[in-house]
Design a protein around this ligand. Structure first.
Ligand code: AMP
Ligand code: MG
Length: 328
């Protein structure tokens, strides 16, 4: 059985127990404000290697290091540009990951062999307390098997990773739902590598010039930044993105139809799920909803394409990838 301990807050003694496991090179799943992370000592290459094998994650996909403050980040980079200073001041702790030239302290496996490191300071009291208790940065990708749906509950971690994790800290449901926005500050111009809860317009207000996202948002497009695999974040059910009211003709098996704003007339037997026309709300609920539909045993989830517009960028991106066909 995987050990699962409830954690009530940053002063809970379970955090010290978790920190001891991490210091010894073990794996601990813990809540962040986005999704549950699978944590390991980010400066211990063997511990980070255990993350890759637990997740079945390809070695070409680097991991994000989680720090408790700006000083923790500065120790891991060879440059801390003005843009990083401004963004960290404005958005940390929070769902923004910064990619910067790595210092020699960062093991190669964390960087997937590249010259840069991705850094984030999570806005969750338990995550911050755990990083501080360990006294080192924590590598912590989402606590699920590679390509699968990210966990918004401790139970999702247990069902996805099972024995591979030494301890799961159960801090209840996570809040923001979608993974952090990733911004690359290592090149000539800041560039978004993954859209997320913080939008390009918000980032532009802080740093001005910025290269916006051109990733897998339209069907058939391919993104080749490291780790931006086409199929990702997928539920067990077959997820299809459709134009409003379409895709319901061949209804074999149990089908859920997810609409935005209002629902069209649905065939008998199709379960309707209504989401509001509010990108932020949908972002926070998306993974929990897909998990619920999976757990309820739906074989197909037919979902309306979300609206156009920048506010919906991260939701469109995750749905596009969650619905991408398996590549063989
Ligand atoms: P996650 O699996 O949610 O922890 O996200 C990790 C993602 O961050 C990876 O899939 C990469 O796309 C991105 N990432 C991590 N480190 C780097 C890096 N050094 N350069 C570019 N992207 C990175
Ligand atoms: Mg992930």
């Amino acid at each position: 059985m995987t050990r699962l301990l409830k954690v009530s807050g940053p002063d809970d003694r379970t955090i010290l127990e978790a920190a001891a496991i991490l210091v010894a090179g073990g794996l601990v799943a813990f809540p962040t404000e986005t999704v549950y992370g699978l944590g390991a000592d980010g400066l211990n290459p063997e511990a980070v290697a255990r993350i890759y094998s637990a997740k079945g994650r390809p070695a070409t996909n680097p991991v994000i290091l989680h720090v408790a403050d700006v000083a923790g980040a500065q120790a891991l980079v060879s440059e801390w540009p003005e843009t990083a200073r401004l963004l960290a001041e404005r958005y940390w702790p929070g769902p923004l990951t910064l990619v910067l030239p790595a210092s020699e302290a960062v093991p190669s496996i964390v960087r997937a062999g590249g010259p840069t490191v991705a850094l984030r300071c999570p806005a969750h009291p338990v995550a911050l307390a755990l990083i501080r208790a360990v006294g080192r940065p924590l590598a912590a990708p989402s606590a699920n098997r590679s390509q699968h749906l990210s966990p918004s509950l401790a139970l999702h971690v247990v069902s996805s990773l099972g024995q591979a994790v030494d301890l799961v800290l159960d801090g209840g449901a996570t809040e923001a739902g979608l993974e952090s926005t990733i911004l690359d500050l290592s090149g000539a111009r800041p560039r978004i590598l993954r859209p997320g809860p913080i939008t390009p317009a918000e980032l532009a207000r802080t740093i001005g010039d910025l290269e916006t996202w051109e990733g897998v948002v339209e069907a058939g497009q391919r993104q080749d930044a490291p780790g931006m695999a086409e199929r990702h974040y997928s539920p067990q059910a077959r997820l299809e993105l459709v134009d409003r009211g379409k895709g319901l003709s061949a209804t074999s098996g149990t089908v859920a139809y997810v609409g935005f704003g209002t629902l069209p007339a649905l065939p008998i037997g199709v379960r309707g799920v209504l989401l509001p026309l509010d990108a932020e709300v949908v972002g926070t609920r998306l993974y929990a909803l897909l998990h619920e539909l999976d757990d309820a045993g739906f074989a197909r989830i037919v979902m309306e394409r979300p609206p156009e517009g920048e506010a919906w960028l991260a939701v469109r991106d995750r749905l596009q990838r969650a619905s991408a066909k398996e590549r063989v």
